[in-house]
Design a protein around this ligand. Sequence first.
Ligand SMILES: [Zn+2]
Length: 442
Amino acid sequence: MGSMRLKVFNAVVAAVALAGSSFAVAADLAIPDSVRQQFAAMASHAQVKKALDFIRQDDAKTLAEQKELVVIPAPPFKEAVRAAEYARRLRALGFKDARIDKEGNVIAVRRGSGSGPKLVLSAHLDTVFPGGTDLTIHERDGKLFAPGIGDDTRGLAELLSIARALDAAAIKTAGDIWFVGTVGEEGLGDLRGAKALFRDNKDLDGFISVDGGTPERVTFLAVGSHRYRVTFKGPGGHSFSAFGRASATHAMGRAIAKIGDVRTPAQPKTTFTVGTVAGGTSVNAIAGDAVMEVDMRSVENGPLRQVDADIMKAIRDGVAEENARWGSKDAVTVDVKLVGDRPAGVQSPNSPIVYAAVLGVSAVGFKPVLDQAASTDSNAPISLGIPAVTIGRGGVNENNHAITESFDPKNAYLGVQKNLLTVLGLVGIAGVSEPMLQKRAR
Ligand SMILES: [Zn+2]
């Protein structure tokens, strides 16, 4: 057992303890010696070294592109301007066929020798910030401050540097690399870009999302979520003269009390919350309307469906009780709208894509951390049984999703280097190394 395996082992045990994950097998991550040797041989090949050197020299250019891209607004559902610019930059790198698909994803394919798997290397175009947000970059103490500076503009810039490095070192991969800028990763975007990519391209074999705040992170478990906006409507009326009518807020209160009593398993971790409530018009009125937002999550789809069913029953029963209490004709009604649906999924950490991600992290000197389950673009492929990981960007990104978001670019090229190594490990180099990623049966 090499020291590297020990390190990874400890990181995994820590990550699993943190996540409270049912996925105990994660603690069994043990990268076979043959895989480690194959990866090390690939990483020390002269052409690969040339590409790694290029990435280091390309550090300033990568940071410059990150700064140029971050000032282009990309609010949810309004990524088109940034997408057009990203496609333009890919075309300028020689991807003549770079295109924007029906959903809005930017896609540029770098073909391999024809024998290998098809791997997506992606970052997301969208940010959480609404139109009109001040995107001016401020620099202080060596850090850059701007909304979206790390998440995921850094990922977009890293993809461009990787494409340049492959060309600079004249690397012919065995498999195809799909460079993709996705839309709709954040919030109510609901992974629409990643979902569309796999709906429209059935022949993809693996997926990488470059979308983690620090380089050592590897996410391979997908938290699924359902989100609802639940609106209660009633007749309303004066609190004194109309007394006896059913109330929208009282119905919602009954529903929330029942939701609060819902039981979910600790393993696999399954959660819920009534995140927001609002309603009513006046203190001396029977509320005619009330609205709440509910979020539920699980790392497995079965328990997610169960908590969903339990909460829907709680809502129906709460409304029925309120109407029965007053026996009024003007009953409270409820409208339930699904506003978020992200599929869950598990995959074994003992899989080539996790190995390649972990070995890439180690190769540049970081200690790999297998992250707790998360909700990222990788949810879409993982839920379909397609190998996928979300891996960290270079540099250190803090306060993402806040307007105070910052990025420390110190040694950020190391993140790009390890991402290149992970990609090359998976797709293989023609005449040099076999792809770690398997082609799926089709
Ligand atoms: Zn992100």
